[in-house]
Design a protein around this ligand. Structure first.
Ligand code: SAH
Length: 233
């Protein structure tokens, strides 16, 4: 079963974008995953192809219309489609490596990219959209967020990453940030590679890396070690 992504957007030209290159691009060409874009504007019905309108209750900006978006979603994914329906949204649950792994193990994703102030709340309810955030900041649209999500998912698909093992040693996979890396030259601006790494003693190297990972995580992301002390979410 091949991971199949359908992205609903006002700007289909933004895809595959960065996903057409390097690892993800080669995997796309090789058919390891598929990417379809759905142009939301095609589902507007009036002469001006309107997809948005002013917010009920007043205020700045525009809101994407539920009826237009529902037609686009129903076209891309009829009710029998098993793929999760995601809405990129700063209000969403923050994306984690765990959720990325789950998505990569599934049939694909239908991804709605918001623009303007966002989308009509009734659409989120009626189509049971899962809101996903890529961080606590505001983008001008959901497209870069969809690219980020798909990049994280695609590299986990079978056969995509050259060295299968390297996917399991990344930051977060073991609940810790990753240890530091070094490569030649042996000395750079007076800084040698830590001696243990050139010792050839694999047990010692593993212990050193583990200790470094724990130290870094304690310093930078204590919330990963003791989630209950985390502020925010
Ligand atoms: N008025 C909204 C922000 C709208 S930004 C609010 O304050 O919550 C426009 C669109 O960009 C959103 O609909 C969403 O699709 C996308 N977007 C912005 N920030 C995002 C983030 N951190 N993660 C995922 N999508 C984001």
């Amino acid at each position: 079963m091949r991971f199949s992504a359908s992205v609903l957007t006002l700007y289909p030209e933004m895809f595959p974008g960065a996903l057409g290159m390097s690892l993800a691009g080669r995997a796309l060409e090789a058919g390891a995953w598929s990417l379809e874009t759905v142009r939301i504007r095609d589902f507007a019905t009036d002469r001006h192809r309107t997809v948005d309108d002013t917010p009920a209750g007043g205020g700045a900006g525009m809101v994407m219309r539920a009826d237009v978006l529902a037609r686009a979603i129903d076209h891309a994914a009829p009710p029998s489609d098993p793929r999760p329906r995601l809405l990129m949204s700063p209000r969403g649950r923050p994306l984690t490596q765990r959720r990325v792994r789950e998505l990569a193990a599934g049939p694909g994703a239908v991804i709605l990219c918001g623009r303007f102030e966002g989308v009509d709340e009734r659409l989120i309810e009626a189509r049971q959209l899962e809101e996903v955030s890529i961080g606590d900041y505001i983008l001008s649209g959901g497209e870069p967020a969809a690219l980020v999500l798909l990049d994280a998912v695609v590299r986990l698909l079978p056969g995509v990453m050259g060295n299968e093992l390297s996917g399991e040693e990344e930051s977060f996979e073991g609940g810790l940030l990753e240890h530091p890396h070094y490569t030649r030259p042996q000395e750079f601006e007076g800084r040698p590679i830590p001696e243990v790494l050139t010792s050839g003693n694999h047990a010692k190297i593993a212990a050193w890396r583990r200790a470094q990972a724990e130290k870094l995580t304690r310093e930078r992301r204590p919330d990963l070690i003791a989630p209950e002390t985390a502020t925010g979410n």
